[in-house]
Ligand binder design. Sequence first.
Ligand code: ADP
Ligand code: MG
Length: 633
Amino acid sequence: MVHENGNISVHSENIFPIIKKWLYSDKDIFVRELVSNGCDAISKLKRLCSIGEADIPEDTKYYVKVVFNKQNKTLKFIDNGIGMTAQEVKKYINQVAFSGAEEFLAKYKDKTDEGSQIIGHFGLGFYSAFMVADRVEIDTLSYQKEAEAVKWVCSGGTEYEMDTSERTERGTTITLYIAKDSEEFLDEFKLREILVKYCAFLPVEIYLENANPDRKDKQDEEKAAEEPKPINDTNPLWLKKPTDCEDKEYKEFYRKVFHDFNDPLFWIHLNVDYPFNLKGILYFPKLKHEFEGTEGKIKLYNNQVFVADNIKEVIPEFLMLLKGVLDCPDLPLNVSRSFLQNDGYVRKVSNHITKKVADKLRELYNTERENYNRYWDDIHPFIKYGCMRDDKFYEKVKDFIIYKTTNNEYITLKEYLERNESKHKNKVFYVSNEKQQAQYISLFKEQGLEAIILPSPIDSHFIQFLEMQEKDIKFNRIDSDLSESLKNTENKENEAADKETKESLEKIFKEALNNEKLKIQVENLKAAGISAMILLSEQSRRLQEMSMMMGHLDMKNMFPDEQTLVLNKNNHLIKMILKLKDKQDKKEDLKLICEQVYDLAMMSHKQLESEAMTKFIERSNLILTRLVETEDL
Ligand code: ADP
Ligand code: MG
C-alpha cells in the first residue's frame, strides 16, 4: 500500500440540500438568522464608525425591516447596515460555512470590546433561507466609497448568478421567493409571532411591514398613518447595570415577558463578565398552588437573540420553577442538548446560578427576615427540592431553611431544637395536616410546646433527607409519640399501684372492644380533659405511606395498624371506668363507654371508616337516649 496524505472532498451538490433542509430542526429559524444578519451588518458599521474607519452621519436611524408581499409571494429582509462588495459576496456568501461574523470579530477584537454584540457564528445562517424559499436574491451596496452595488441570485442549486445592481442606498435586501409549502410565512400573524419570539430584544429596531396593504381596508389605512413601532426592545433590562434598575422596571419586564400579572416575589439580576459572560434576571414567582410552579420558564438568549425555553442543561433542574431570562453570549446558537450536557462552560454557568440563588437567599434571610418569612410558603418547594438534588446547594442554604410553627412563627431547625431541647431533646415534632391533627396541636399548645408545620407533599421526602444529613435529628409526627413534657411527673403513685392500674385498664378495654391484640399504654397526662388518644409510631406510618404510594394497597395487611391506644389515668372518665369495672349491673354501660372513648380517640387521629362511623353515630344516639331515660319524665 502506498502512503498517501490528502484532503477529503465534499461534493457540494450532495451536501448542500442537507445544509438547507436539515441544519435546523425548526423552519422558523430562518427569520432569526436573516434578521440577526441585518443586525450584525448594522453593529459592524457602527463599530467601524466608532474607530473612524467609516463615516456615517451621527443621526442615522438604523433599522431592519421585514416586508411581506402576499401577491408576489416574497419576503424581504432589508437593513441599512454595512452592505457587501462583490468581493465580499463571493467570500462570505459563495463560500458555505465561512463565517464573516467570526472573521470580523477576529479582526477587530482588540480595538474595542463592543464586539460581543455580533451574533453570527458558523457562517451557515444565511442558507437557512432555502428552508422556505426556492429562490433567494441579494441586493446590496457596501458602505465603502465608490463601491458598486451587487445583485446575487440563486435558485436553490449550487449555481448562482452575480451582476451589478441599480441599488443606490447603502445596505442589503435579501429577497425570499417563498416556496409553495411555506406560504404560511407570508402571514402577518405568523411572522409577528416568530419575530416576537426570537427577536424581541435584538439591539437594532425591527419593523414588520406589509408591502401591499389592501387600501380599501380602513383599518390598514389607519395603521399606515400611524408612526410604525418596532417589534423589539433594543435595550433589554438585563443588560442594564443592576444599580440602575428600579423595582418597578423589574416587575414591568416580568409582566411583559411572562404574561404573569402577579408580581414576582423577588429576583436576582445576574451580571458576570469574568470568568465567563452571563447576564440575566431570575424571578421567583408567586405560586398559585403547588403544582403550578412546575411550569416555570427560563428563556435562554445568545447576544439578545432568543435560543430556547427551559434548557435544563444550563439551569439546575430545581431552578426550573423560576422564571427568567439568561443571556449567554458564549453559547452557540443552534444548541444541541447533548452538546450542552458535556460542556464545561454550561456547568460553570449552572454552578454560578446555584451560588447566586443561595447568596440571594442568605441576603434576604439576614437583612429582610420579615419578607423572607412571607415569601417562604411560595419558595420552600424549590429550596427543598434543590437541597435534595444538590448537596452543594444544601450546604449553602441549610441555615436559612425555616419552618412555620404551630405558634405561627418562622424559625430554623436550630432555633426549634434549642427552644425545645429541655422538653424533647433532638426530636422534632411536626404537623402534616393542621385540621386533622388539631386535637394534638391543642394538647401541645396547652403545655407550651410547639411543633413545626410541614403540609406539602415534598415535606415527607425532605424530612427523610434531613434525617440522613443531620444524623441525630429525628422527626416525629405530632400523633406518633408523646413529648415528655406532656406527662405529669408530680404526685407519682407507687410502682405497684401503677402496674395494677395499667393491667386493669388494659383488661377492661381489650374486653370491651373485643380486641386482644390492641396495644394499650396508660399515661398520666397533664391535660386532664383528654380521656384517650391514638399514637401511631413514625416508622410504621412511614412504612404504610410508602407502600400506599407505591400502589401496594394490599400491603396494608403486611403492615398492620401498629397504633397504640393511650389512656389518660389523669382523666375523670378513665378514673370512673376503673371504678365501674366491678359493678356487674354496669357491664353493658362499661362496654358502651369504652367503645365511645376509643372512637373519639380514633376520630381525632384520622377519619373513621364508614362502618365505624355508622356505629359511632348509633352509639352516640343510644347514649343520649339513656341520658334522657334516667330523668323522671
Ligand atoms: P454568520 O452570520 O455566522 O457569519 P451567515 O451565513 O449568517 O453566517 O452569513 C455569512 C456572512 O454573509 C456574514 O458573516 C456577513 O459577512 C455576510 N452577510 C450576510 N447577511 C448580510 C447582510 N444583511 N449585510 C451584510 N453582510 C451580510
Ligand atoms: Mg448570521
